[in-house]
Structure formats: C-alpha cells, structure tokens
Design a protein around this ligand. Sequence first.
Ligand SMILES: Nc1ncnc2c1ncn2[C@@H]1O[C@H](COP(=O)(O)OP(=O)(O)OP(=O)(O)O)[C@@H](O)[C@H]1O
Ligand SMILES: [Mg+2]
Length: 113
Amino acid sequence: MAKKTFFVTGTDTGVGKTMVSAAILEAARAAGLRTLAMKPIASGCDETPEGLRNEDALALQNAMTESLAYEVINPVALKPAIAPHVAAAQAGKTVTAQRLIGFCRGLQLRPAD
Ligand SMILES: Nc1ncnc2c1ncn2[C@@H]1O[C@H](COP(=O)(O)OP(=O)(O)OP(=O)(O)O)[C@@H](O)[C@H]1O
Ligand SMILES: [Mg+2]
C-alpha cells in the first residue's frame, strides 16, 4: 500500500484538530497500519524534567503505532500559551515555514504506512 500523509488543520483553537488527528490514527491502527504523527510547532508547553511537553503532541505520541522521540514529534516546543509565532519571537527562535516543512519531510522518510 502506498504511503499516505494527512495534514490536519482548522482556523481556530479548540475546533477538534487533535481529536480528529487521534481518530485518524486510531482508525489506521485498527486497519493494521503503522502510523507516525507530529505537531511540528506547539505553544502552551509544560515544563517537565525531560523538557517542554505539549499535551497535543503527547496525545499523538500515544495514538500512533510507531515509537518516536518527543523531539521528533514536536521539534519546536514553546512555553507561553499564545500564538506560536509570537511565542517563538519572544523566545528569540526563528521559525520559518521552510524549517517546519523540513521537519515534516524528515518524518515522511521514516518507515510507516
Ligand atoms: N467531534 C467532536 N465531538 C465532540 N467533541 C469534540 C469533537 N472534536 C472536539 N471535541 C471537543 O473539543 C475539544 C477541543 O478539541 P481539540 O483539542 O481536538 O481541538 P484543537 O483544534 O486541537 O485545539 P487546539 O488549537 O487548542 O490544539 C476537545 O477537548 C473535545 O472535548
Ligand atoms: Mg490541538
């Protein structure tokens, strides 16, 4: 079966992006497919002994079939619960579309369905 990639988006917060993503992953798992998922950039992360962690990225990590390091699932993690581009600017991080695309392409190279 050819590899498939889904890009889940929605033009507001709380509209169900994470819920739908987890549902797609669950459906794929039930169909016997190997899945990978990522949330390339996340604001509103919690500080933990392991580093910054985002609830949505952890939900994806839990819903996918393959094991991935948190940093691969969520390469850009930001603490303030504000718009990611604003949080990135406050943290002095340059986040370009090109860089985020690179993270996504990297994930697509990994073995999965
Ligand atoms: N299809 C649905 N049916 C019922 N409730 C839903 C559905 N989708 C989402 N919800 C409810 O809406 C809430 C927000 O959904 P979700 O966290 O998936 O949104 P989001 O778009 O990922 O938000 P954020 O931008 O904050 O990441 C969920 O906690 C859930 O309770
Ligand atoms: Mg979400």
